[in-house]
Design a protein around this ligand. Sequence first.
Ligand code: NAD
Length: 343
Amino acid sequence: MKYNLSGAISEIIPTKTLTDKFIEIKSKVFVVDSNLYELHKELVLQLVGDNPMYLLIATEQNKTLNEAEMIFQFLMLNKVNRSSVIIGIGGGITTDITAYAASVFKRGCRLQLVPTTFLAMIDAGIGGKTGVNFQSIKNAIGTFYPAEKVYINTGFMRTLSKKELRSGWAECIKTALIGKTGLFQTIKQSYPAGTEEIILETIDQKMRICEGDLQDTGFRRKLNMGHTFAHITETATNNELSHGEAVALGISAALELSKRRKMISESEYNKMHLLVEPLLKEIKLLPRYKHQIASRFSEILTHDKKNSNHVNMILFDGFCSTKVVEIEDTDEVRDVLLHGVRN
Ligand code: NAD
């Protein structure tokens, strides 16, 4: 599957075997997630061979300019030039920081990625956004730099925790709900057994959205559906609820708010909400979390509003159709989060 992202061709290659993929590349270096390395050592060593490898400790605290600088030093030491290929293997943290480093080192080197988490396969590792965190703001510094090739090997998923799997599912369901494509039916009929098919359809839908708006100035924003709610929940619970769990709750909240605002009918709500319900059943919005959301809600939203008097939210204005809505009365957002999420 090849996509044209503002002139850059990005090829997504589903594959059962990776061992033959990098052999032909003469000059290459690898940036590998250290946890992934421990879990899949034999395969990683086979892929890397005698080539230089940088082991990255993949935490949000480490997704920084300092760490990017360490990668630059590794690239310098190994005489990487613009025709060398930098290959990132790991979850979204690894693909984000490797892609960032590749995009700026020598004004841009060749980049290939092997996303190894569910979320990275369907979201972080595709679509061309790179980034590092700065002064506690996530992805404050970054570029748009699509990888020339992204290899999707679902074999890596066997070592993921349930929490990590839920993160991927939440983003697949989100993607299905923001466009009128076959993905909605595919998930409805084959969740969770048809993972492979769902992954490929989700990637295709996300990439088609990115093709039309690589730089996120227009309709790519709909990929943020559920994410304002998710950000509040994640921050208020000090990340005890994972990003994926928060996104699943955020999807439910976005549907509820759209229904309350009469932007969708009861039956559209029910039809769409059905898709997220199996995932919501696995997530507990404990009373303790609700207290945390209630007490920190204003502080978090005030920070998000920055200098404007509203927040922009992606809501539904029809079946699998979304719209950006400016919300000034944040009490209704709080009420939906605390009382409107069905789980
Ligand atoms: P992650 O990279 O932190 O990976 C999650 C955990 O799984 C890590 O501990 C990692 O070491 C481990 N891991 C990786 N592969 C594994 C495997 N196969 N088996 C077992 N463990 C494995 O997180 P993530 O959820 O993959 O990605 C989240 C990051 O992605 C965030 O930093 C977020 O900002 C970013 N992101 C970027 C985009 C984008 O468009 N660039 C989109 C969404 C998210």
